[in-house]
Design a protein around this ligand. Structure first.
Ligand code: NAP
Length: 291
């Protein structure tokens, strides 16, 4: 158990400050650095050591956590300091694409660092609480070495596999789900709003519907993994007919029909592929290829 392990946090925006604060509260000696030094003030008053330069921060200890805006900022910061990386474990919690992660992992490996690419599925106030999920991918050995320290950021601190791109992929997959649920809710609220129904009145119905759909996911996942989509409840033909209603209702009420038309177009492609008698999971094939 690695208690009180020195850790460096580079990048003290809203998220970086939450990360450093959680390490401090867990008792880990925490060195911090930020381009705009004033953002370290509160952390320093809580006991963090402010490094005078990014180079000093990187060389303060073996474990470095990085959380800046994007990968352009990551490379702007790290490129001039590549000579300091040998033997360190670098945990990059900056959001990006899987390609960003794989490129940065290859770059870090060339400079002798063990590189874990992470993604934070939480907002800053959740950091250090059971609500925070943090996923990491890259060398399992490096994760195991510092797992107990990283767990200060959230109980659900997970290693997804050796491919450094996995964390970013999970992150974007979860975002795709989140925005789809939110957009569906907003479409419904806009439709009901035309009849003077408040979004607050719709919210309990939306919550139950979202729960019902959530309960379907494991079964659909099994069908997708098996590549067979028997219609256990309703067929894609039935879904497509209901999507037509959604398009016409939206158009006739004067609310945006863009999302309904998009859903309809996907379903039409599935029907054209002969999937009308299958269940909804057959739509995966439309997501696997560009239109
Ligand atoms: P933020 O408050 O805007 O902070 C951005 C940080 O990046 C600041 O420390 C900033 O330094 C630094 N930075 C930007 N460009 C830089 C450069 N060229 N050189 C050095 N430092 C640079 O953003 P945030 O909310 O902390 O988010 C940080 C990362 O966490 C992002 O990738 C974000 O997607 C991810 N994330 C955030 C949340 C969230 O809810 N906030 C949730 C999940 C993931 P200065 O202070 O000097 O500008």
């Amino acid at each position: 158990m690695k208690q009180h392990t020195p850790v460096t946090v580079i990048g003290l925006g809203l998220m970086g400050q939450a990360l450093a604060g959680a390490f401090l509260r867990a008792g880990h000696p925490t060195t911090v650095w930020n381009r705009t030094a004033a953002k370290a003030d509160a952390l320093v008053s809580e006991g963090a050591a402010l490094a005078p330069s990014a180079r000093d921060a990187l060389t303060a200890g073996p474990l470095v956590v990085l959380c800046v805006s994007d990968y352009t900022a990551v490379r702007a910061l790290l490129d001039p300091l590549a000579d300091t990386l040998n033997g360190r474990v670098l945990v990059n919690l900056t959001s990006g694409t899987s390609q960003d992660a794989r490129d940065t992992a290859a770059w870090a490996a060339r400079h002798g660092a063990a590189y874990l690419d992470g993604a934070i599925l939480a907002v800053p106030p959740a950091i250090g609480t059971p609500d925070a999920i943090l996923v990491h991918s890259g060398p399992g050995e490096a994760f195991e070495e510092y797992e107990d320290v990283l767990r200060a950021l959230g109980e659900s601190t997970l290693h997804l596999g050796e491919d450094p791109g996995l964390s970013s992929l999970y992150d974007t997959a979860v975002l795709a789900l989140m925005w789809s649920i939110l957009n569906g809710f907003l479409q419904g609220a806009a439709l009901l709003g035309t009849a003077g129904v408040d979004a607050s009145a719709f919210a309990p119905f939306a919550k139950r519907a979202a729960g019902t759909v959530t309960d379907w996911l494991a079964g659909y996942a099994e069908q997708i993994d098996a590549g067979a989509y028997p219609a256990l409840d309703s067929t894609l033909d039935t879904h497509a007919a209901a999507m037509d209603h959604l398009v016409h209702e939206s158009e006739s009420l004067g609310v945006s029909a863009e999302l309904p038309r998009f859903l309809n177009a996907l379903a039409a492609r599935a029907l054209a592929d002969g999937r009308g008698g299958d269940g909804y999971a057959a739509m995966i094939e439309q997501f696997r290829k560009p239109a």
